[in-house]
Design a protein around this ligand. Structure first.
Ligand code: MN
Length: 366
């Protein structure tokens, strides 16, 4: 199938056939295998944070930020899981990348992983949308192994999904990682997609118990600490300053953490979080943003709220009232539901997808 035909179908919210997805993943792997772990691009570019399967919100981004290829985009990862349209979201990005390779760049997030997607929705969504078999999930998670890890804009802005690693002092150390694999449980590759900045926790923990006498560890907020997420680290200002100075970089853009206002600035602008999934999981009520970089010193946070299509979904609502009533109306014939799609039901409908979303584990901070 022609790429433009794929784009046409995807923009209408339609799914591509399994065989087409297999071929597209193969083509994109051929392209990505030649890329370094750390790619270099130039402004102008618009930086996009987590999408998490919120397909209508991604269409909104191309509406407010401009379409590809007239606007250049850098996506910071976490395309799948949580939302109801992970397949549509990642497929549109894949086809755009194949059609306009120099106009759109896709970094790997911690959710671009076989293990994580089995718990947070993407695996189940693939099964629901492709007749109960996991081949599409296999094609896509195999492709995830080829996504690049970091991007440098104008030779001075370091971009990554999560953050820094105690195993990475220089960018050259990132370039020698063997990235063509599932995201490991620990080590540099894991930290890059899992870590978070920590502005100030010096009041709560001035002394690190394990390193009680060591001067370097007195103020933990300045250094690396074990992350409450169970993977990666939290890192403080001095870690950031040291990394930027050593690598001759000016600042860091990253995603990975929900921000109520759509973005958050740390350490006087040395680190910025961009979050692009409005009303995350259709219930968090947060704003989202895209970061429009005109040149290295001029930028604008384009803040937006959720697409109107989301409002008709009313997913996972814990609030008593009419929203639950609407969903429960669909559920009442469904007491004996199984994990497999039911014959005669429209598995692509929002109602069907909402039912499956309601069964998913929800952990907002992962
Ligand atoms: Mn993430």
């Amino acid at each position: 199938m022609e790429l433009d035909r794929c784009l046409e179908l995807l923009c209408k919210g339609q799914l591509l056939p399994e065989e087409t997805i297999r071929a597209l993943c193969f083509k994109l792997k051929e392209m990505l295998v030649k890329e370094s772990n750390v790619i270099h691009i130039q402004t102008p570019v618009t930086v996009v944070g987590d999408m998490h399967g919120q397909f209508h919100d991604m269409l909104e981004i191309f509406h407010i930020g401009g379409p590809v290829p007239s606007t250049n985009y850098l996506f910071l990862g976490d395309y799948v899981d949580r939302g109801l349209y992970s397949v549509e979201t990642i497929m549109l990005l894949i086809v755009l990348k194949l059609r306009y390779p120099s106009r759109i760049h896709l970094l790997r997030g911690n959710h671009e992983s076989r293990q994580i997607t089995q718990s947070y929705g993407f695996y189940t969504e693939c099964l629901n949308k492709y007749g109960g078999n996991s081949r599409v999930w296999n094609y896509l998670t195999d492709l995830f192994d080829y996504l690049v890890l970091c991007c440098i804009i104008d030779d001075e802005i370091f971009c990554v999904h999560g953050g820094l690693s105690p195993n990475v002092q220089s960018i050259d150390q990132i370039k020698i990682i063997d990235r063509f694999r599932e995201i490991p449980h620990d080590g540099a590759m894991s930290d890059l997609v899992w870590s978070d900045p920590e502005e100030n926790n010096s009041n709560s923990s001035m002394i690190n118990i394990e390193n009680g006498g060591d001067e370097l560890f007195r103020d933990n907020s300045q250094h690396f600490q074990v992350s409450p997420r169970g993977a990666g680290y939290t890192f403080g200002r001095s870690v950031v300053e040291k990394f930027l100075q050593l690598n001759d970089m000016s600042r860091i853009y990253r995603a990975h953490q929900l921000c109520n206002e759509g973005y958050q600035i740390y350490f006087d602008g040395l680190v910025t979080t961009v979050w692009s999934a409005p009303n995350y999981c259709y219930r968090c009520g947060n704003k989202a943003s895209i970061l429009e970089l005109y040149d290295k010193d001029n930028f604008y946070f384009n803040v937006f709220t959720e697409a109107p299509e989301n409002k008709s979904l009313n997913i996972n609502s814990s609030m008593p009232g009419s929203a639950n009533k609407v969903i429960s109306d669909y559920f009442e014939d469904d007491e004996s539901s199984t994990d497999l799609p039911m014959i005669g039901q429209d598995v692509f409908s929002d109602v069907y997808q909402a039912k499956y979303a309601a069964d998913r584990r929800v952990e907002y901070f992962l």
